[in-house]
Design a protein around this ligand. Structure first.
Ligand code: URA
Length: 284
């Protein structure tokens, strides 16, 4: 049990440390070496974390627990599911264009030869997306960076490492998720994709969403949120709402690269992903 707790708290520290842990017992805080950074007075009596399922001595402790486990640690102080936001119907022309691609592989093959916008000129590889074709959670980022352009895989650089940790923290391991981007070719110097570049690429993403048909969509950052929702609004306007994309609940959160630049956003991002995680458990 101690190993599991250590693993969990290490993950929490990677995700923002004291910003994320509020009520950890003092002995755990001390063991993590963060006791001196505490900003609020210690509680009068130590608060015990939720009981953990027993772990057989012979098996390596794992963070992943049964889906819907009422004792899951991410659940502690998770915010309630917020109210509804925008309702989006995918554009008919995009749906019609995508209808010819019968599978995720067919979409990727089409992307590999795409010359639909100027981003194709600078690419090393296209980055169509990857993951579980039957994923319950689908994450959507902005566009490939350098590491992704070189590897042809989404979110493999530093932002990808953080995304993996975020997914672990809500006990949805990356291999269970489908991950894609708004644009499938790297914009020069990692700038945000331009409106015509996004528009040229969106039919691929729309078709990927239709094929995976996840239970929840997670838009990572303003570009992903605006492009999927078809609006020009701030992240602050779009967070903390359950939008609907063709009937699929869509949650907006910070881009992992933004979290690397500004760790103060890790705490609100932690709330966002726990909202998404709760939505995964609803019957529908
Ligand atoms: N940032 C993104 O938005 N997507 C990636 O695939 C990698 C970094």
């Amino acid at each position: 049990m101690a190993d599991v707790r250590r693993e969990w708290f290490q993950l929490q520290r990677d995700l923002g440390g004291d910003e994320v842990i509020f009520d950890a017992p003092m002995d755990v805080k001390a063991a993590l070496g963060s006791g001196g950074k505490r900003r609020t007075p210690p509680p009068a009596a130590p608060v015990e974390p939720p009981a953990m399922p027993a772990i057989e001595a012979s098996t390596k402790p794992k963070i992943v627990r049964p889906f819907g486990d009422p004792n899951a640690m991410w659940r502690k102080d998770a915010p309630p599911i917020p109210g509804p936001g925008l309702t989006i119907v995918p554009p008919a022309d995009s749906v019609a264009r995508g209808a010819v691609w019968a599978s995720l592989d067919a979409v990727a093959t089409e992307i590999a030869s795409c010359r639909g916008c100027p981003l194709c000129e600078g690419r090393t590889n296209t980055v169509p997306g990857e993951g579980n074709p039957a994923a319950k959670l689908m994450c959507v980022g902005e566009g490939p960076g350098e590491s992704e352009d070189l590897s042809g895989q989404p979110f493999v650089g530093r932002a990808g490492d953080l995304l993996n940790k975020i997914l672990e923290s809500i006990e949805v391991p990356r291999p269970e998720v489908y991950i894609a981007n708004i644009v499938k070719c790297r914009p020069p110097r990692n700038r945000a994709p331009l409106p015509d570049e996004r528009a040229a690429c969106l039919p691929y993403l729309h078709r990927q969403i239709a094929l995976v048909r996840p239970k929840v969509l997670l838009a990572l950052g303003g570009t992903a949120a605006e492009s999927l929702l078809g609006v020009k609004k701030t992240l602050g306007d779009l967070r903390l709402r359950v939008h609907s994309w063709d009937g699929i609940p869509l949650i907006v959160t910070y881009h992992p690269a933004a979290l690397l630049r500004n760790p103060n956003w890790k705490r609100p991002a932690w709330d966002d992903v726990r909202i998404a995680r709760q939505l995964l458990e609803l019957d529908s």
